[in-house]
Design a protein around this ligand. Structure first.
Ligand code: SF4
Length: 448
């Protein structure tokens, strides 16, 4: 463990998590060198200057972009399932002196030189959301909870997206049925929820609730609140993490959120936001101010992050992220093992990493602010605590799981990235027959 990690973990007076970046960091981007704080802080400026093409990136960076990195990004675009969409806020936080290793660049701008072949057992719909879908745009897996996807667009597109099969439009390598905010499908969803009185909890995800208009947000909230058995609504948005300026200047949208939260509370129900900070590097004074506004208005925010190699897979980053979120009144809720979806094998880590990080983070702050590390089981078993596997063949990277309350009797498997295994194990994964035998053997040893 490095000295800085020891300092962070052992010194109770360490206050790094109370420090928020507040310089004119965007002015290091050549095209934005004279952009004022007021301009950069305006949500309309952020939207207008959002980057969606490599040519735009080349234009704003000018001489700061090397030819080799430019070519690497072009190569990445040929194979990635996700289009480029990145807010100026996030773009300017990337360390353009070393973009190869930058945790933010890794999340939003794939490069060919870091790409790895998909795991043989990867799945486009790893969580089987389409299988458990009774009506389009709705997944019903747990008895009391549903997942509603009213839109498939987001303010940024993340390389690790679990719904890369539908989010953000077709790419050079993947054809998609991206539907935007298609309101014509929503009433069928509300009808289904009305007819199923066991449903108390609705997650509104996507896509990203930031991309719903104030009117759409209100329509969804009021339709759901009008259903007597719906008690809880969770609106999922990565927005606070990657575009906090919207919270500070888009009053129409923020007022719709506040009105929804207050109306829910007056009815004895809950409406909350689930956001998605992955790394402390995303957190600045803009994040703190955005959260201050929401908190003073009584909006509860929880955080869900995906564990990613080279982004947040160190004790130091995870502890700092947890403490800094807590300081801003965001409750660290979940850290997910990376789903086994295409195009992001280089970002996945081993289950052992997840278990070790969970151990290291627990005890560094209050229990209610300690995130639960989970594996969302491929095949639709739902989220399980990382240490609750039935069996783990660590050498071959195979873990075996059950989900008695979600899919009784079914056995699930999750796989570590092959490049993280030793050479012999990597060779075994190269043979189809051996692969199947290893999985069967792990299942047998698990007793299931
Ligand atoms: S914001 Fe969420 S839904 Fe959108 S691309 Fe990122 S992970 Fe996927």
């Amino acid at each position: 463990m490095s000295l800085s990690k020891q300092v962070l973990l052992k010194d109770p007076t360490n206050t790094l998590h109370r420090q928020f970046k507040n310089d004119e960091f965007w002015q290091k981007i050549p095209a934005w060198s004279s952009v004022t704080r007021a301009e950069f802080g305006d949500h309309k400026w952020q939207i207008k200057n959002t980057l969606v093409k490599i040519d735009q990136i080349q234009k704003v960076l000018g001489p700061r972009l090397s030819d080799s990195f430019y070519r690497d990004m072009l190569g990445g675009q040929k194979i990635t399932p996700m289009n480029i969409r990145i807010t100026p806020y996030v773009f300017a936080l990337i360390n353009w002196d070393n973009p190869i290793d930058d945790p933010l660049r890794k999340q939003f701008l794939p490069i060919a030189s870091q790409s790895l072949p998909d795991h043989p057992f990867h799945m486009e719909d790893s969580l089987s959301e389409d299988v458990d879908s009774p009506v389009p745009t709705l997944t019903h897996r747990y008895p009391d909870k549903v997942l509603f996807l009213p839109t498939t667009i987001c303010p940024v597109y993340c390389n690790y997206c679990t719904r890369s099969r539908i989010i953000g439009g077709s790419t050079e390598s993947v054809e998609k049925d991206t539907y935007g905010a298609n309101q014509t499908k929503w009433d069928a969803v509300f009808d289904y929820i009305k007819k199923n009185p066991t449903i108390e909890d609705v997650v509104i995800s996507g896509g990203d609730a930031y991309m719903l208009t104030a009117k759409q947000l209100t329509y969804i909230a009021e339709s759901l609140l009008a259903i007597p058995h719906v008690r809880r609504m969770r609106f999922a948005t990565k927005g606070i993490a990657i575009f906090p300026q919207k919270i500070l200047t888009d009053d129409e949208w923020v007022n719709a959120v506040i009105a929804m939260v207050k109306k829910a509370r007056a009815m004895g129900k809950q409406a909350v936001i689930h956001t998605h900070f992955s790394s402390p590097i995303e957190i600045t004074e803009w994040s703190r101010l955005a959260m201050e506004r929401l908190y003073f208005e009584g909006v509860l925010v929880r955080n869900q992050a995906v564990l990613q190699a080279g982004v947040n897979d160190s004790v130091e980053e995870m502890v700092l992220l947890t403490r800094q979120l807590s300081f801003m009144n965001i409750q660290p809720y979940y850290i997910y093992m990376h789903d086994m979806v295409p195009g992001c094998e280089h970002l996945r880590t081993t289950l052992r990493t997840g278990v070790s990080l969970e151990k290291a983070v627990r005890g560094t702050t209050a229990g209610f602010n300690t995130p639960t590390f989970v594996c969302d089981l491929p095949g639709g078993g739902g989220k399980r605590h990382v240490a609750s596997y039935e069996y783990y063949d660590e050498e071959n990277g195979i873990s075996v799981w059950t989900a008695p309350n979600v899919k009784p009797g079914k056995v699930f498997t999750y796989f570590d990235p092959i490049h993280c295994l030793n050479k012999d194990a990597q060779a075994r994964w190269g043979e189809e027959k051996t692969r199947q035998e290893m999985v069967q053997s792990a299942k047998k040893r698990s007793g299931h």
